[in-house]
Ligand binder design. Structure first.
Ligand code: S3P
Length: 433
């Protein structure tokens, strides 16, 4: 197990880019594999999670060439929605997105397959995708009522179009149903309590697969095959979030992040930081399939806020780093309506609460969130990643604000989403920014 030692960093000035968006990279590979020809993907995120998706699609007979280059290009040879039966269980590693989106595709294939994952993924509920996909005609067997992995999927003989009201705002559930719906006859609809990230809708539209949003409901028409087109993946705002908070919480710091995804279903972190008192200037180019642009952050003193409701899906993956910002803000920050955090790569409510307490921050835990009381100065401590990349990175940033030394235990998980995070942090600690 590798550890990371963090020391305090004084204010900094930096201009950087972050690697490709994880959610969009997964979709680019899967949708290109479903397409009717050859697609080149640039800006692909070369992280463990995204390699799980490449491995999964290869095991279904898809040819994927890694062209490399500074924009990290892939060439994917589409199979027109028809794949080969896999010869062995498909390993999704740590990646919930791989397992849930792939379930939607496999629910519509004329063969059986098994999906497996690592220790963390094997604890995560797959019934949220199994319930609608079974209504569409597939059979999905997992462990217990929550259908935790391994899961066995037998594709539907004929896929039925459904109208599904998802009890959770989840882009993974919505996308799984939409992908199966592409193979159904007629119109499939999915509604959610609040809109979740819309990368699937945008990318399918870009690949000429008709789908429509009406409020909280998305519709897709079956019998469509994505048209092969080249795909550009913007930088990941969820990775940028760590540096955005690092700069925002320190008077005198300035940061510019370029080429980053600015999809409004993902930029909740920016709105929250602005409410906390940060100065953030955005430049957005809407001309591509995904909005992208640059974010400038000028550091200052932060104040507490309340976060909940509709805002949660727009910043769900950023709550660990937002909690770190809250620990440095004046007053009590309340995060609610975020019970989903308990079924992420770790139970992120208890992981954040425990680690913040170790750093001297008073935290009250609720079933669906927490209350964090900001402190004058964080105390250096030994904290645990629990094998969760976003916990490891959030507390690495906490460490640069803490007195003394902070040790993060178990940092290899950072490779899940952000190769290059540790070298970037080392530059910052060495004062090279
Ligand atoms: C993702 C959706 C979100 C998010 C995850 C990636 C996606 O999960 O937390 O990191 O790519 O669709 P849910 O769909 O479970 O909300």
């Amino acid at each position: 197990m590798s550890d990371l030692k963090i020391k305090k960093v004084n204010n900094f000035s930096a201009e950087l880019i972050v690697p490709g968006d994880k959610s969009i990279s997964h979709r680019a590979v899967m949708f290109a594999a479903l397409s009717n020809g050859v697609c080149e993907i640039s800006g692909f995120l070369p992280s463990e999670d995204c390699y799980s998706t490449i491995g999964a699609m290869r095991s279904l007979g898809v040819k994927i060439e890694e062209l490399g280059g500074s924009d990290n290009r892939l060439r994917v040879h589409g199979c027109r929605g028809q794949f080969d039966p896999p010869e062995r269980p498909i390993d999704c590693g740590n990646s919930g997105t791989t397992m849930r989106l792939l379930s939607g595709i496999l629910a519509a294939q004329p063969f059986s397959s098994q999906l497996i994952g690592d220790e963390s993924l094997s604890k995560r509920p797959m019934n949220r995708v199994a319930i609608p996909l079974e209504k569409m005609g597939a059979k999905i067997v997992g462990r217990g009522d929550r259908k935790t992995p391994p899961i066995n999927i037998t594709g539907a003989e004929t896929v039925r179009a459904i109208d599904y009201a998802s009890p959770v705002a989840s882009a993974q559930v919505k996308s799984a149903v939409m992908l199966a719906g592409m193979f159904a006859k007629g119109k499939t609809t999915v509604s959610e309590p609040y809109p979740s990230r819309d990368h699937t809708e945008r990318m399918l539209n870009y690949l000429l697969v008709k789908n429509l949003r009406d409020g909280d409901t998305v519709s897709i028409w079956g019998g469509q095959i994505p048209e092969s087109r080249d795909i550009v993946v913007p930088g990941d705002i969820s990775s940028a979030a760590f540096w955005i908070v690092a700069a925002a919480a320190q008077p005198g710091s300035r940061l510019l992040v370029n080429n980053v995804g600015m999809n409004p279903t993902r930029t909740g972190i920016l709105s929250a930081m602005i409410r906390m008192g940060a100065t953030i200037n955005e430049r957005i180019d809407e001309s591509g399939c995904e909005p992208m642009g640059s974010v400038e952050v000028i550091g200052g003193n932060l104040r507490s806020i309340e976060i909940g409701g509709e805002e949660i899906p727009r910043l769900i993956d950023e709550i660990p780093i937002l909690a770190v910002a809250a620990a440095m803000a004046e007053g009590k920050t309340v995060i609610k309506d975020a019970a989903e955090l308990r079924v992420k790569e770790s139970d992120r409510i208890s992981a954040v609460a425990e680690n913040l307490r170790r750093m001297g921050v008073p935290v009250q835990e609720f079933a669906d969130g927490m209350e964090i009381t900001g402190v004058e100065e964080l105390q250096g401590a030994e904290v645990e990643s629990l094998g969760d990349h976003r916990i490891a990175m959030a507390f690495a940033i906490a460490g640069i604000y803490a007195s003394g030394e902070t040790i993060i235990r178990g940092t290899e998980c950072i490779e899940t989403s952000y190769p290059g995070f540790v070298p970037e942090l080392e530059q910052l600690m060495a004062g090279n920014h």
